[in-house]
Ligand binder design. Structure first.
Ligand code: 5HY
Length: 243
């Protein structure tokens, strides 16, 4: 099977890190097709970045879909454009946030999320509510590390994330931790060993779940809102995005 893993931001170093995390868990026979948005923000922190990451992300997903991808993984923790992507892609689509939450609930009754900036907390909380998982999340915390500070190995950023994990265990009794950024994908194993609890990376979780979806032959249902919009003209810069 061919799984398209797309980074909705435009930073190549993050795309490389995401691709490595996906390939590290992919089963034999699974090809990871790693890609990134051809336009938009270098990182996604908050609603404005998220909104302007959408055209490039959807363009990348429609292109990979036309090339026969068996599934799409959106590798940004706020599940950028997940509904729109599910509406237009013929193959199933999973966001790394949603995937990590579901995996967390399989190994713990309550989990905490450690994300980057406080700006990212509310979008993640909204997603938890939308997915019906708010009651299983003890708290969404921010380590106050910008996304792009995670491009390369950054001991100071790792130390801040680790401190938030200690606080999550001590203050809200977190039984497992979900890492709230694709840029943290390479930290899960060492943080889990260091803190003695499951630490979940969404990229790995999404690849595992997508392999199961494809193996079971499940695709996005077209009976609800996850179906293409009726064709109509688009004007201006987005003229080429008309369906
Ligand atoms: C991410 N932003 O996973 C999110 C994290 C965040 O560019 N990749 C990004 O802070 O929302």
């Amino acid at each position: 099977m061919r799984i398209h893993v797309v980074n909705p931001n435009t930073t190549e170093a993050m795309t490389d890190k995401i691709a490595a995390a996906a390939r590290a868990v992919a089963a034999v026979g699974t090809d990871i097709i790693a890609g990134q948005s051809p336009m938009g923000p270098a990182s996604i922190e908050g609603y404005y970045d998220e909104a302007l990451a959408l055209p490039g992300l959807l363009q990348a997903i429609r292109a990979a879909d036309a090339e026969g991808a068996d599934g799409h993984v959106i590798a940004c923790f706020d599940d950028t454009g997940l509904d729109a992507a599910r509406a237009v892609a013929t193959a199933p689509v999973i966001g790394i946030g949603e995937a990590a939450f579901h995996v967390a609930t399989l190994v713990a009754d309550r989990f905490s999320v450690v994300t980057t900036l406080s700006l990212s907390i509310r979008p993640i909380e909204h997603n938890l509510s939308r997915y019906g998982l708010k009651s299983r999340c003890a708290r969404v915390r921010a380590a106050d590390v910008p996304v792009l500070s995670l491009e390369e190995r950054n001991p100071a950023a790792c130390a801040r994330i680790s401190r938030e994990i200690d606080a999550a265990i001590a203050e809200e009794g977190a039984e497992t931790i979900v890492l709230g950024c694709a840029g943290m994908a390479d930290l899960a194993a060492e943080l889990s060993a260091q803190h003695g609890l499951p630490v979940i990376d969404g990229v790995a979780a999404a690849v595992g779940l997508m392999e199961t979806l494809v193996r079971l032959g499940h695709r996005t249902s077209r009976l609800g809102a996850w179906r293409p919009s009726p064709p109509k003209p688009y004007a201006g810069l987005l003229a080429d995005f008309a369906l």
